[in-house]
Design a binder for this molecule. Structure first.
Ligand code: FMN
Ligand code: FE2
Ligand code: FE2
Length: 414
């Protein structure tokens, strides 16, 4: 599935509906999306051209280094760039609009269409002359002759200005980051052309990394679209596949990820330099599994937080097991806690804490940070010497037993 997949095809513009074309690009150069999240298989920036009888609109764009390829694809489907009337900005993040200042230079008659909040933020990111910025309101429509675009404000997916654009004639919803996924599009662009299982898995990781914090807004957006009764024949996000067959599946996935139903699953995030902490992890794993709790183990030093966040997003509880390191929580475990604070705070999930040390415990640092991140701390918090005393062993088992009885209340995971 990677960008270098020999079965990959070079993607020119693709028609996705009558007069609507995918003019996106694959980014196979970037190692980290947002300089944070590994993208070993690249990522696509999907942009679209809607060609009407009275001009064209370009929905979103691409990151700066891929501007040329994007512009050439637009040229291929629109012809003269002077026909471009609108460049729609669903979301200002540079993965979608670093290309826009250049496109505006080339498409001399075009103006950008942006939400009210977007219009306010725009100048902090791009130099666009005032007279070429047009604010569109929630629900407003613009006409391209035989095609009509309607704007639907869906704020905070994951910036304050985000909106979606709906093409009334084709039933195409351009949803930008919502319903997106990592992974370049190497075998095609539609859900039925690609290995969708791979993209759905990557959609989960993308969701947990980028959007999870804004789950409430995701649910509001999905509800709003449903209430508006927009018939979605094609769901066209800005990353990953375009959906034409399995639209309800990706929408349900987003709904489920936004409102995870707790079940008996725990993620154990641990670190261990010399093996003593790993023994504690094995004890906890044994107790939890014996009672029917599903357990995922994450060696924090060897797992990028991007993947850890994805596992944790689906867990009702997280167990942190770590040695003290230079009077602090073992740094890779501390890093996961920091990420959780930034990306997944305030979900009221359970956290259990076990610290191993030789002369000074560091459990309090973890407990304080986890409490600030909105976790409920399960007692007893255990601090044990490298070699646990019988009393410490008993406390570790008691903690694991208590955790499993809390988790079993939710019922087992599907
Ligand atoms: C580089 C290093 C720094 C450590 N710093 C501390 C410390 O500040 N306080 C402490 O009590 N123990 C400290 N220790 C001891 C470990 O926390 C303790 O032995 C722990 O149980 C090791 O777990 P492990 O065998 O899973 O690596 C340190 C150990 C190492 C290797
Ligand atoms: Fe974004
Ligand atoms: Fe994006």
């Amino acid at each position: 599935m990677s960008c270098s997949d020999p079965r990959g095809i070079s993607l020119g513009p693709r028609q996705i509906a009558d007069g609507v074309y995918w003019v996106g690009v694959n980014d196979c150069l970037k190692d980290l999306f947002e300089s944070l999240w590994p993208i070993p298989d690249g990522v696509s920036y999907n942009a679209y051209a809607v060609v009407g009888s009275e001009g064209a609109a370009i929905i979103d764009g691409v990151d700066e280094h891929l501007t040329y390829e994007y512009v050439e694809k637009i040229r291929e489907v629109v012809g003269d760039l002077g026909r471009v009337k609108y460049i729609v900005i669903n979301h200002l993040e540079p993965d979608h609009h670093a290309s826009t200042p250049r496109l505006l230079e080339l498409a001399e008659n075009a103006v950008v269409l942006v939400s009210t909040v977007g219009a306010r933020i725009l100048e902090s990111l791009y130099r666009v002359p005032r007279e070429r910025i047009v604010e569109v309101k929630d629900g407003e429509r613009v006409s391209l002759g035989d095609k009509t675009l309607r704007f639907v404000y869906t704020p905070w997916l994951h910036w304050p200005e985000t909106m979606m654009t709906y093409l009334e004639e084709g039933g195409v919803l351009f949803s930008c980051d919502a319903f997106g996924s990592y992974g370049a599009l190497v075998r095609g662009i539609f859900d039925d052309e690609v290995d969708l299982d791979y993209y759905l898995e990557e959609a989960k990781r993308y969701f947990s990394n980028i959007v999870f914090k804004y789950s409430k807004n995701v649910l509001e957006a999905v509800d709003k679209i449903e209430k508006l009764g927009l018939e979605i024949r094609i769901l066209a996000p800005s990353h990953g596949p375009v959906y034409r067959k399995r639209i309800s599946e990706i929408i349900s996935l987003y709904r489920d990820l936004s409102l995870p139903k707790p079940c008996a699953r725990a993620t154990v995030v641990y670190g261990s330099m010399y093996g003593r902490t790993e023994e504690v992890v094995q004890t906890i794993e044994r107790v939890l599994e014996r009672s029917g709790v599903s357990v995922d183990l994450v060696d924090a030093a060897r797992t990028h937080p991007s993947y850890t966040l994805s596992l944790v997003a689906e867990s009702a509880a997280v167990v942190f097991v770590f040695p003290t390191y230079d009077a602090s929580v073992f740094p890779p475990v501390r890093e996961v806690i920091n990420y959780l604070h930034v990306k997944q705070a305030g979900r009221g999930r359970l956290a259990a804490v076990v610290n191993t040390f030789s002369w000074g415990p560091s459990a309090k640092e973890a407990v304080d940070a986890l409490s600030r991140a909105g976790f409920q701390i399960l007692e007893p918090v255990v601090s044990t010497k490298s070699l646990p005393s019988p009393e410490d062993r008993r406390k570790i088992e008691e903690l694991a037993e208590r955790l499993s009885s809390e988790l079993r209340k939710f019922g087992s995971c599907a």
